[in-house]
Design a protein around this ligand. Structure first.
Ligand SMILES: Nc1ncnc2c1ncn2[C@@H]1O[C@H](COP(=O)(O)OP(=O)(O)OP(=O)(O)O)[C@@H](O)[C@H]1O
Ligand SMILES: [Mg+2]
Length: 209
């Protein structure tokens, strides 16, 4: 079983959206995936409530129950766990980092988001997992994403070479409890999400050796 923690110091950086996308993508790979919602706002649970499907399973969770829940999940044959956390929720983020095999930090290529990276990075010391920054809500025009990548790499971050554009399909899909690949098959948002998923899958496979 592999555990991915999605964290970030700031609210609204696309954490829950990325969690839903990865959960469905791993399921479509034939993996049994489990979403763990550590956010008291329960956005991941609410997405599942809007979804007319039984999978992926999503569990609301408090941080102190996380290690036990993961033991049970592993015993039940879960392949991939995705933990969604709230922005500015230190206890939840730390507990997720401690149990993670991979930490994912979604960030918009904006000054506001990038300035939070140093503080988010401090959390990584509490675990041993590698971290990957995924740039999200990237505008189709301009070079802000290139500047953001340079800024982050200068800070020692690994930045996913596949990025997620700002596309309305994400909002429509979320409203329906779906992900872009289900809402608009063959669309640009779906293609970008699949590339990000493939990169993360490869990274997880690399961790196995
Ligand atoms: N690539 C994208 N393009 C357009 N809209 C997006 C994209 N990613 C996320 N969004 C939208 O941005 C909003 C915030 O995203 P999301 O809820 O995933 O952020 P979050 O980091 O989980 O927020 P919070 O910290 O409040 O939990 C949502 O309305 C979501 O649908
Ligand atoms: Mg969220």
């Amino acid at each position: 079983m592999k555990t991915i923690a999605i964290i970030g110091q700031k609210g609204g950086t696309g954490k829950t959206n990325l969690a839903t996308i990865l959960l469905v993508a791993f399921e479509n790979d034939g993996k049994l995936s489990l979403g763990v919602d550590l956010d008291p706002q329960a956005s991941l649970c609410k997405w599942a409530d809007r979804r007319h499907a039984d999978t992926p399973a999503i569990l609301p969770m408090v941080a102190r129950r996380l290690p036990h829940a993961l033991t049970v999940a592993a015993a039940q044959g879960v392949d991939v766990v995705i933990i969604d956390t709230a922005g500015r929720a230190k206890e939840e983020a730390l507990s997720a980092v401690k149990v993670a095999d991979l930490v994912i930090i979604p960030l918009q290529p904006t000054t506001d988001d990038l300035e939070t990276f140093a503080a988010t990075r401090d959390y990584l010391k509490f675990g041993s997992a590698p971290a990957l920054v995924v740039l999200v809500m990237v505008e189709s025009r301009g070079t802000l994403h290139e500047q953001a990548t340079r800024f982050l790499e200068n800070m020692g971050a690994e930045v996913c070479p596949c990025m997620m554009g700002r596309r309305v399909a994400h909002r429509h899909a979320s409203t329906a409890g779906l992900v872009p690949a289900e809402y608009e098959q063959g669309g640009k948002a779906a293609a970008e999400c699949e590339r990000i998923h493939a990169y993360i899958r490869q990274k997880l496979e690399g961790l196995e050796s």
